[in-house]
Design a protein around this ligand. Structure first.
Ligand code: SF4
Length: 153
């Protein structure tokens, strides 16, 4: 599962010039539809708009009946199933197991604290959000580099 995620996200990120050409707002709807289709099929994605899969062993935390994004509640059953949905394995048991199989970080990212869900982002493309964030990070890094060069001159 990790490889599919690692395949799509960098492609969308690298296509930033294309998204800017058409306008991020204009591509939002079609991209959200593609993301819904791909991630819905692979991860039961609920389109929260702020994807945490890379930090949760590819187990979508929005499938937790309590939508917990920072670990399990205290009600995990002895067999590892959910207290609300007894026939369902706890999303966080799956997240922990999945994180141990992550090749990118060896499971380290599961320890990162996730911010609270912003429901205003529900239904939007988290891929495009990441693409925009990465572009902003590149701009900041570049402006830092040029500022350093100016101070050296
Ligand atoms: S964390 Fe959000 S964007 Fe990621 S798979 Fe789950 S619902 Fe979809």
């Amino acid at each position: 599962m990790e490889w599919t995620y690692n395949l799509f996200e960098p492609i969308v990120t690298r296509l930033d010039p294309v998204w800017r050409l058409f306008g991020y707002q204009r591509v939002e709807k079609p991209m959200a539809a593609v993301e819904r289709g791909v991630k819905g099929l692979l991860f039961d994605c609920q389109m929260c708009g702020q994807c945490a899969l890379s930090s949760t062993g590819m187990s979508c935390p929005m499938n937790c009946p309590k939508q917990l994004r920072n670990g399990p509640c205290g009600g995990v059953r002895q067999n590892g199933n959910c207290e609300v949905e007894p026939d369902m394995k706890c999303v966080w048991v799956e997240a922990w197991e999945g994180s141990q199989r992550m090749s990118s970080d060896g499971g380290a990212r599961i320890h990162e604290v996730q911010p609270a869900v912003d429901f205003q982002l529900e239904g939007t493309s988290s891929w495009l959000r990441v693409a925009r964030q990465k572009r902003e990070e590149r701009i900041i890094a570049r402006s830092g580099d040029s500022a350093q060069q100016e101070t050296r001159v």
